[in-house]
Design a protein around this ligand. Structure first.
Ligand SMILES: Cc1cc2nc3c(=O)[nH]c(=O)nc-3n(C[C@H](O)[C@H](O)[C@H](O)COP(=O)(O)OP(=O)(O)OC[C@H]3O[C@@H](n4cnc5c(N)ncnc54)[C@H](O)[C@@H]3O)c2cc1C
Length: 431
């Protein structure tokens, strides 16, 4: 059974969310600071009542199961919602789906002990704290098997030493999920573990915060972290020793597809601005929209967006079906590879159609172009996902056992003649 329609009850919620985000949330992007700073009293005063409205609509933390305070809608419905939330920097915080907290909450829910859930997960779900996912190392990001940050057991504690790079929002985080080597003797896929390190633990140092693109010091939020003899109690291990890689894959699978969902929102925003510009700007022969080159840019942008969106929705549907990110790794990789391309190409066209205004800092396109590049790097670079997809496509393919391709027409024709020989010979005899 195929259908491209949203169930009317959920569509009503999406319509509410759309109007709410446009009227109440998008303006916050222009007046508030960093959504991860939970100590911002002004932001908290505004946010509380907005989050209450979201809860009343049963749209809070939609990525989580009901027992964790979410709605258990699954990835497909989350995708439809995120296509709206992705318009605004603050919307995920207002709706309780802010990355990386959303992914961190998922792995705490899946692998955490009751004590870990009470101490770290619950306040995260209540939006009282922010969290940091600390995995990439300065010398090795795309390939975790090269990580060297090490934890060694010492009595009832683990002692962590090493450096991490681009650990986003460290400055505002109450705790860090850190992936480290615990057994260098075995295959790295079984020799890494995940630890919870509370902020303020002695030896944990933010060396500096890097920004993306032209961000200034205030906005720069991606930390270069140094762990020097950082001691955590043994019960701060998340999951089992050696399970770090598997936990990371669970977390990153969700993170990647959620970025894709929000990217749909940004691309649609760029396309909407492009359409408005095309019918508003006048040339000597009529509107910009009447130029065939403009029509070409618009039509191609719409096609690219809709192709990407369908791939994404199908992948979200597959995740719901299998209930396991690993079972759809290839599909998620395809979304991840397509995402920066469609984002970049539509935004570049929108920027161009807006002339100098498009290049200026009075429209959002320059930032969007950098964000498109970010989507090709964050949670693993494009190349790595190309390998993943190609490998999953090739895995079950058998080599041909003939000299020629299985599509070799003379061979196929000969086989077809043999198959229908009786009839064909009869026809020839009648001539
Ligand atoms: C905005 C932003 C936020 C981030 N937030 C976090 C965070 O919160 N926590 C965290 O842990 N990390 C975070 N990251 C880091 C991100 O996960 C890494 O940037 C990413 O995994 C790539 O690692 P790298 O930067 O070291 O690049 P590299 O690994 O050095 O890759 C550089 C280039 O080499 C190419 N390359 C690498 N390996 C291969 C190969 N085998 N074959 C062909 N080409 C290859 C890559 O495609 C890339 O083009 C963030 C990154 C960004 C941009």
């Amino acid at each position: 059974m195929w259908s491209f329609e949203t169930d009317p009850e959920f569509q009503a919620k999406l319509d509410w969310a759309d109007a709410f985000v446009r009227e109440e949330v998008e303006p916050l992007d222009l007046v508030l600071g960093d959504p991860y700073d939970k100590s911002d009293e002004v932001a908290n005063r505004i946010l509380g009542p907005l989050q209450e409205q979201v809860r009343a609509q049963h749209l809070w933390a939609c990525h989580l199961r009901p027992e964790l305070g979410g709605e258990g809608y699954g990835q497909l419905q989350l995708a439809l919602l995120n296509e709206i939330l992705g318009r605004s920097r603050w919307a995920p915080t207002v709706f309780g789906t802010q990355a990386p907290d959303s992914g961190n909450a998922e792995i705490l829910a899946k692998y955490g002990t009751p004590e870990q859930k009470a101490t770290y997960l619950q306040p995260l779900l209540d939006s009282k704290i922010s969290s940091c996912y600390s995995m990439t190392e300065p010398h090795a990001g795309a390939d975790p098997t090269l990580f060297t940050t090490r934890a060694v057991r010492d009595g009832d504690e683990w002692v962590i030493n090493g450096e991490k790079w681009f650990s986003s929002n460290a400055r505002h985080s109450a705790f860090f999920l850190v992936m480290v080597v615990t057994d260098p003797e075995v295959d790295p896929h079984r020799g890494m573990s995940m630890f919870i390190v509370p902020a303020g633990t002695p030896g944990l140092e933010i060396v500096r915060d890097a920004g993306v693109g032209t961000e200034g010091p205030e906005e720069s939020s991606h930390a270069y972290l140094r762990y020097t003899d950082v001691r955590v109690p043994a019960d701060h291990l998340l999951g089992q020793p050696g399970e770090g890689f598997a936990i990371a894959q669970t977390r990153l699978g969700g993170g990647r597809i959620h970025h894709g969902m929000r990217t749909v929102a940004q691309v649609r925003k760029a396309l909407d601005l492009m359409l408005e510009r095309a019918v508003s700007r006048r040339l000597r022969n009529g509107r910009l929209a009447d130029s065939q080159l403009t029509q070409d840019a618009i039509a191609r942008s719409w096609i690219e967006l809709e192709q990407f969106r369908l791939l994404l929705l199908r992948t979200a549907w597959l995740i719901d079906k299998h209930q396991d990110y690993r079972a759809v790794r290839g599909d998620i990789a395809a979304v991840k590879v397509a995402m920066p391309d469609v984002y970049h190409s539509v935004v570049a066209r929108a920027m161009h159609l807006h002339g100098a205004l498009g290049m200026s800092n009075e429209l959002p396109f320059a930032k969007m172009l950098v964000d498109a590049q970010v989507m090709g790097m964050v949670d693993g670079p494009t190349e790595v996902h190309v390998f993943t997809l190609a490998k999953s496509l090739l895995r079950d393919v058998e080599p041909g056992d003939e000299l020629w391709s299985s599509g070799h027409l003379p061979t196929l024709r000969a086989k077809a003649r043999a198959k229908f020989a009786d009839v064909l010979e009869h026809e020839v005899a009648q001539l």
